[in-house]
Ligand binder design. Sequence first.
Ligand SMILES: Cc1cc2nc3c(=O)[nH]c(=O)nc-3n(C[C@H](O)[C@H](O)[C@H](O)COP(=O)(O)O)c2cc1C
Length: 353
Amino acid sequence: MNPVLNPIRMGRYMLANRLVMAAMTRSRASYDGTPGELAAEYYAQRAGVGLIVTEGTQPSDDAQGYLTTPGIYTPAHIAGWRKITSAVHDKGGHIFVQLMHAGRMSHPDNTPHHRQGVAPSAIAPGTGMFTATGMQDIPAPRELTTEEVRQTVADFRRAARSAIEAGADGVEIHGANAYLVQQFFAPSANARTDEYGGSIENRARFAIEVASAIAGEIGADRTAIRLSPGTTTWGIDEGAEGPDLYRYLAAELDKLGLAYVHIMHQGNEPLLADIRKLWHQTLILNRPGRPRDQIGADVASGLADLEAYGQMVLANPDFVLRLKTNAAMNEADHNTYFGGTARGYTDYPALND
Ligand SMILES: Cc1cc2nc3c(=O)[nH]c(=O)nc-3n(C[C@H](O)[C@H](O)[C@H](O)COP(=O)(O)O)c2cc1C
C-alpha cells in the first residue's frame, strides 16, 4: 500500500492519512468576508484527506487583497466558519484555517473599505490583479509604521483565536507566495530601516513574531506556517542570502514546536534537505504540478511526513478513494477556480455518484 495512505499523529491530532488539501482561494465568500453558503459542502466533500488547509483567509480588513475572500475577524465570519469546521469534523476530517495577509498584493477596488494595500515598504509589486472591472495594475502600497507592524502581529493573534472559536483544529500562517510575510523576507519588497528590515534576523522577525504570538494564544501544536523559499513571482527577489534566511527561520521557528511547516517547493533541493534536518516537527511538502504517479514518493523517501496537493483535490472530492482504487482523476476546470457558483466547486463527480 502507498505509505501516504497510512495514518499519522500530528501533535494532538490523529490524521487518517498523510494527504493534505493545500490552501486554495476560491473567491466565493460574501462581500463582507463571511464564507459562502456552499463552502461547508465543498470542504466536507474533501474531508477524506488527513488534513484540509482552507483557502487564504484574512485576519483583518487591511489583509484582504482579492475579491470576495473570507475573513476570520468578525462574529459573522466566526459563525460562517463554524458551519464549515462542523461539517468537516462530522466526516472525521481535520481542518486548519490559512491566515493570509496579502500585503501589497491588494487592489483597493477589491475591498469593502477601498484603502491602499499595506506592506513593509511602499514598493509596487509590478504586476496586475483581477478586479470587478477586469485586470488592473496594482498600485504602490502604503508602508506600515513600526507600531502598525506590531498591530498586524496582534491582528494575526486575534484571528487565530477566532479560528479556534469557530472550531478549527489550528491555523496555518501564509508565509509563502509573495504575500505579506514573504514580502518582509525579500529585499526587493522590504527596504525598511527599523528592526523589521535589513539583516536576515530583521527580515525574519515579523514571521517569527506572528508565529510566537499565535502559539502563545492557541498553542504551538495548533500553529503552523507555509513557506515557499525562492519564490520569484510578483516582484519577489530574496537575493543571494535567501537560502540562509530560510535556514535561520527554520531553526528559529523549530524552537517554538509548531504543528508543522508546509513547504511549497520552488526547486532548491539542497535547501529543502537542510530544512528537513533543521525541523523536528511535522513537515508537509507540496511540489506544484506533481504528477499522480509520484504521489507518496516523498513520504516513502522520508523527505516529508505528509504531502499536499491542490488542484487534484479541488477536482476530486474523493481524491483518497481514487488513489486507493487506482481510479482515474477528474480534470480541474481553471475557468471556475475563482468566484461563481456551485459549478466547478461542489459539482465535481465522486466515484459513487
Ligand atoms: C485556485 C487556486 C488557489 C490558490 N490559493 C492559494 C491560497 O489561498 N493560499 C496558498 O497558500 N496557496 C494557494 N494556491 C497554491 C496551492 O496551495 C498549491 O500550492 C498549488 O496549486 C500547487 O499545487 P498543485 O499542483 O498540487 O495544485 C492556490 C492554487 C490554486 C490552483
